[in-house]
Design a protein around this ligand. Structure first.
Ligand SMILES: Nc1ncnc2c1ncn2[C@@H]1O[C@H](COP(=O)(O)OP(=O)(O)OP(=O)(O)O)[C@@H](O)[C@H]1O
Length: 515
């Protein structure tokens, strides 16, 4: 049996006011499976830093941490951990039940949904929006999210902050029930009432010192009993593995699949909630779907002879605008709420996460283009000399509009990770302006420098614009026309999708979510 958490010579410093300050200094600690550790220390002594390091949200300067023998960065370790972070808010647009179901989809062997809701005392609140929960109920939701994956280790960072005395009692009762299944618990609390509530469960109290970044450890009677059990088990396991050559291998088979790779279960779970959130936002419905319907209808009514080119141009602009603004703003809000931090400590992989976000956009963009054509057909029904007929170009144009915009959606994902929320709107506006300038509309003629025009030829917007002009038969002499090289434009867009994906992966990995 492996140690639940093994910490060796762990050090961490921060640069505060241009000076390096050591928060943790060569810390060593072995937490046994089934232990209940109470982590204490004054404000600023480094408790949350230690939790962030254990969850893999931050990297140590020196030393190492292992979760059942795995690095905290390893997705296998994330399967074992359930964490309640100190600062997080529920994500918008989802009910309590939907939020818990989403987290449940990330894990291969989760708890039953109804059981988790009941265990967290959220039965009467399960259909309420998570953002409307009162303080204590929100803590219960975070508890549910921490346990739904059926983790072996539960980490609770000041879980009873802002709770009433009764709510505290209830909370620790839930934790006790969880611990009775011989799970390992690491809890941080400043409250004396909390300490009284859990006193008989605690195996060791670990105190972080503010002065020297070291640990003081106090052992309680349950620890000795647990330690003896652990050593007996170790001895037994040693004998067993000596008598059976493949003993070690068979225990490793348990988690053979790699939780860091793409998971269909997590993809469908994530895509479902992304769609729910999108279609519950009134502005998406009005701007995205409303404008698409309006464009199709009014173009067919007023200029039916130019339907193909005008619909192509207006839909291209609309689809790009909605996808870029939707993606960026949504991720920024999730980041502000601490939601991304919560996602990063689950086994959800980057590929699954990004694929679900792109999938959400593809559904929205398909609906937008479909509705524009249906409303054009609707408008033709009111017109006496209608020329509207369903033609194959409509299908091909929709295909280009929807798939061609994927690299832009991924770029806006990248921007949302690169910029802080306050500056993100400017970044998105600048991005949209660059896209408009480089779309192939011959504004570039106004640019005196030839090299600017050459750069534009390499940008994805130019190729997207050309493909739309091709399918929309856009012929605006001297301003915008298809140059005839559709295969080259398709290749460039594919290449940009790969580049955008690599960039997104890089910003996702480098993101520090520790604040
Ligand atoms: N990302 C960061 N950048 C710079 N300094 C940081 C960062 N995170 C934490 N610190 C500093 O490190 C020290 C330890 O912070 P930490 O949040 O780990 O303490 P804590 O024991 O959890 O405090 P509290 O009990 O108030 O939650 C503090 O002085 C804090 O200001």
């Amino acid at each position: 049996m492996k140690t639940a958490i093994q910490i060796r010579d762990l050090s961490k410093s921060y640069v505060i006011n241009k000076q390096s300050q050591k928060v943790l200094d060569k810390i060593n600690l072995d937490i046994l499976p089934g232990e209940f550790i109470l982590l204490r220390g004054d404000n600023g002594s480094g408790k949350t830093t230690l939790v962030n390091l254990i969850c893999g949200l931050q990297a140590p300067d020196e030393g190492s941490i292992e979760i059942f023998g795995k690095s905290p960065k390893d997705p296998q370790a994330h399967l074992k951990l359930g964490t309640m972070l100190q600062r997080a808010k529920p994500v918008e647009g989802l009910t309590v039940k939907e939020t818990i179901r989403l987290f449940q989809s990330y894990y291969p062997q989760p708890f039953d949904l109804a059981e988790t809701i009941e265990r967290s005392r959220l039965t009467t609140k399960q259909n309420d929006y998570a953002t409307t929960l009162a303080g204590g109920q929100a803590q219960s939701l975070y508890f549910a999210l921490a346990i739904v994956g059926n983790p072996d280790i539960l980490i609770l960072d000041e879980p009873t902050n802002n709770l009433s005395s009764e709510a505290r009692q209830n909370f620790w009762k839930q934790v006790r029930e969880f611990q009775q299944q011989r799970k390992t618990i690491l809890a941080i609390s400043h409250s004396e009432q909390d300490c009284d509530e859990i006193a008989y469960l605690v195996t060791r109290e670990v105190r972080l010192s503010n002065d020297n970044g070291n640990l003081e450890i106090q052992e309680f009677p349950p620890y000795q009993a647990l330690k003896n059990d652990y050593h007996e088990f170790e001895e037994g396991a040693k004998l067993k593995s000596e008598s059976s050559a493949d003993g070690e291998n068979s225990s490793n088979l348990k988690y053979k699949s790699d939780p860091g790779s793409f998971s269909f279960k997590a993809f469908w779970g994530q895509l479902y909630v992304e769609l729910l959130q999108t279609f519950r936002k009134v502005d998406t419905i009005i701007i995205g779907l409303g404008f698409a319907i309006f464009a199709g209808f009014s173009i067919e009514q007023n200029t039916p002879d130019q339907f193909q080119s005008l619909v192509a141009a207006s839909l291209a602009a609309l689809v790009v605008f909605v996808c870029v603004s939707q993606f960026g703003v949504k991720i920024a809000s999730e980041r502000d709420r601490g939601w991304l931090k919560l996602l990063r400590i689950t086994p959800l992989s980057f590929t699954t996460y990004l694929a679900a976000k792109v999938g959400n956009f593809l559904v929205l963009a398909s609906l937008m283009t479909g509705l524009a054509f249906v409303s054009g057909w609707g408008a033709s029904q009111f017109s006496e000399n209608s020329s509207f007929i369903w033609e194959p170009w409509m299908f091909y144009l929709s295909f280009i509009l929807v798939l061609g915009v994927v690299p832009f959606a991924i770029f806006s994902f990248t921007l949302a990770y690169l910029f802080k929320t306050e500056s993100l709107n400017f970044a998105l506006l600048a991005f949209l302006a660059i896209m408009a300038l480089s779309s192939g509309l011959n504004i570039s003629r106004l640019l005196p420098q030839a090299w600017v025009r050459y750069i534009i030829l390499f940008l994805p917007t130019y190729h997207y614009g050309q493909l739309v002009a091709w399918m929309g038969e856009v012929k605006l002499e001297g301003i915008f026309r298809f140059d005839g090289y559709h295969l080259i434009h398709i290749q460039w867009l594919l290449w940009w999708t790969v580049v955008a994906g690599m960039l997104a992966r890089w910003v996702y990995r480098r993101e520090r979510l520790s604040g």
